[in-house]
Each structure stands twice: as C-alpha cells, then as structure tokens.
Design a binder for this molecule. Structure first.
Ligand SMILES: [Zn+2]
Length: 165
C-alpha cells in the first residue's frame, strides 16, 4: 500500500466504456453531449476537467487538454497556465466539498513516467486526508462504490461552477 501511495497518480483511467476504440480522452472531447455520463466537471474550448472513474482516492479528477499529445512542450503556454490555475481552483473545491487535508497534483509523462494513457497528457489532482493509508486499505481493490461515485460527482459538479472559470 505504501508503494501505491508513493505513486498517487498512477493511471488506471478508463471512461467505463472499455470496449471503445482509440483515445478515451479524445472520446470525451468529441462527445460533449455525454459529459454527464463521463463525469465531466467543467469544459472549456481548450481543455476539460473530468472525474477519474477509477480514483486513487474519492474526488480524484483530471485536467486534460483537448489537444491529443504526449509532448508537454506542445502545450500552449497560456493553456498550461490556465490548466494549472484550474488545478489550484480544484484544490479549493475539494477543500470546501470534501474537507481534504491535502492533495497531490501531478503529471505522468510517458509510459516510463507511469502514464496509463501516455499518448494524451493529463494533470491529476488527488485528494488526500491524514491517515488515508488506513482509508485506502479499506477500499483497495474494491471498485464497487459506484453509487458513492455518482453522488460525489453530483456534489462536486454542483459547486464546480463557483471554482472553475
Ligand atoms: Zn487523445
């Protein structure tokens, strides 16, 4: 478990449509009408913010550019700034809604960096609580809390407009 905690943004992201072909993030970009189903929290013309369906901790979300690239140098400087701004806003959102004690913000670059979907860059924001190792032990390997996931998505979405801009 400790090892897992040292790689808090190790990717295990899928949209819940494992059978689909191609990049799951591009799938979200191209299907705004399915934002609710995909648990999108915010969408702009250049990037979107989406809950991680297989969260490291509850409330784990990602900020993802629309541009399909694995090269961080290809991200426009202004877009980069906006995404980091949203990461900061996201921490504030998590503090208010989920009373987090801390957070991890991180990017895995390339498969060597631990990215599960290495071909499309994404920024992880992972909520943390004191002693969440105990908490994680209790939910590790159980991905059955889909009701909680839906409820949490609703709670975050209800406040997202006040934080993401
Ligand atoms: Zn993509």
């Amino acid at each position: 478990m400790f090892d897992t905690l040292n790689a808090p943004w190790r990717d295990a992201y899928v949209t819940g449509e494992e059978s689909q072909k191609g990049c799951p993030f591009c799938h979200i970009v191209q299907n705004p009408s399915m934002d609710a189903k995909h648990h999108v929290l915010f969408r702009s013309s250049d990037y979107f913010i989406v809950m991680n369906r297989y969260p490291y901790t509850p409330g784990h979300f990602m900020i993802i550019p629309h541009l399909h690239t694995d090269n961080i140098a290809q991200l426009d400087a202004q877009l980069w700034q906006q995404m980091m701004h949203q990461a900061r806003q996201g921490v504030a959102l998590l503090k208010e809604v989920m009373h987090i004690h801390g957070a991890n913000i991180g990017i895995n670059i390339g498969q060597a960096g631990g990215a599960g979907i290495a071909e499309h860059l994404h920024i992880h924001v992972v909520p943390r609580w004191e002693r969440d190792t105990n908490f994680m032990t209790s939910i590790a390997h159980t991905r059955v809390y889909s009701t909680d996931f839906e409820a949490l998505h609703g709670r975050l979405l209800a406040q997202a407009g006040r934080f993401f801009e």
